[in-house]
Ligand binder design. Structure first.
Ligand SMILES: [Zn+2]
Length: 350
């Protein structure tokens, strides 16, 4: 068997890849939040992990590789987009997910084995949150929306019935920070953490939040007679629950863009290991570097922002987009330029 060596973010070294089970090599990559077209930066991890998927299939056999890439289809940005356009959330997410698949197929990416939607795995997320609270790694807090609001006189307030946030208590999980290699103090100093009055510590992150009537919601976690009530999951728990459901407690590779390393991947790792044991979750972590356009960070205000679909519609063939992507090593920052596009097209024509 060909030896594959991968740079593992967790150990900061290049390691020989040894799958847990060569008969089922398992990879999870964080997918898009579906409310808009994928921009050119979103395409980079798709191409990078498509190449890895193809390599694994080549080495271990196509039927021996399982690749999961999720769709995040519950998110406040989606709710906002649906409200703005006066359309249902399902319409927006369904349409955007299909755009994504069409655009990624146009740049030659195979479809992953499974493409779970977060909303299909809410009971699994709830079960994980209940497990974390039961083990003392997470806690319930009343919604801050309800703070400073004295209960109406005629309502008999029962504390256990108030809608609640569930939060992961970072200080309870000692190895926190090992993936991104930061100490807790550095993280607090460096990160713009949301300070909410319902957190025991600014680093604690949301596992579950209450939903208003007009927001999507599901029955929440319930532990020891206390129930969170109708709400929706936080983003990080989605990936942990979907990876667990489709790949098991322990799997081989977790991938994504470097921008997801902290806090998203750090939080995924913390909550999964806290729930299922220290040795669980991904064994190899891989991160692609970011993409700039003409030497500048892509931004709508700089007029250097475009989607994969924009390029295709301008007549840039999908294989040219892919070729430009692959001309820079995935762990190096990449600069997308019009010159590179022209050169890639000329090379491919030749
Ligand atoms: Zn994720």
């Amino acid at each position: 068997v060909t030896e594959i060596r991968l740079h593992n973010t967790k150990t900061r070294r290049k390691e020989v890849f040894e799958p847990i089970d060569a008969g089922n090599v398992r990879m999870y990559v964080c997918g898009p939040t579906v409310y808009d077209r994928a921009h050119i930066g979103n395409a980079r991890p798709v191409v990078v992990f498509d190449v890895l998927f193809r390599l694994l299939r080549h080495v271990y056999g196509a039927e021996h590789v399982t690749y999961v890439r999720n769709f995040t289809d519950v998110d406040d940005k989606i709710n906002a987009r649906a409200a703005e356009e006066g359309r249902s959330i399902g319409e927006i997410t369904g349409e955007t997910a299909q755009w994504y698949l069409d655009d990624m197929a146009a740049i030659g990416a195979l479809e992953p084995t499974f493409m779970p939607r977060a909303t299909e795995f809410v009971p699994q997320m709830v079960a994980m949150i209940e497990g974390l609270i039961g083990k003392g790694y997470a806690y319930f807090e009343d919604s801050p929306r309800l703070h400073n609001q004295p209960p109406a006189k005629y309502v008999v307030m029962d504390e256990s019935k108030l809608p609640k946030h569930a939060l992961f208590e970072v200080h309870e999980y000692k190895p926190y920070g090992r993936l991104s290699g930061r100490s807790l103090d550095e993280m607090i100093a460096g990160a713009r953490v949301e300070v909410a009055d319902n957190k025991r510590d600014p680093m604690d992150f949301v596992l579950w939040k209450p939903s208003r009537e007009d927001e999507p919601g599901w029955p929440g976690p319930e532990v020891g007679g206390v129930s969170a009530g109708r709400g929706r999951p936080g983003w990080h728990i989605e990936c942990s629950a979907m990876a667990h459901s489709l790949l098991g407690e322990k799997f081989d590779i977790h991938g994504g863009g470097l921008d997801l390393l902290f806090p998203h991947h750090e939080n995924e790792l913390a909550q999964s290991c806290a729930c299922f044991g220290e040795d669980s979750f991904a064994q190899y972590w891989m991160h692609n570097e970011m993409l700039q356009v003409e030497g500048k960070k892509m931004s709508k205000s700089l007029d250097n922002f475009f989607t994969v679909r924009d390029l295709l519609e301008q007549g840039v063939p999908g294989e040219v987009i892919r070729f430009v992507m692959l001309s820079t090593h995935y762990r190096k920052p990449m600069d997308w330029t019009a010159r590179k596009v022209a050169e890639a097209e000329a090379t491919l024509r030749k």
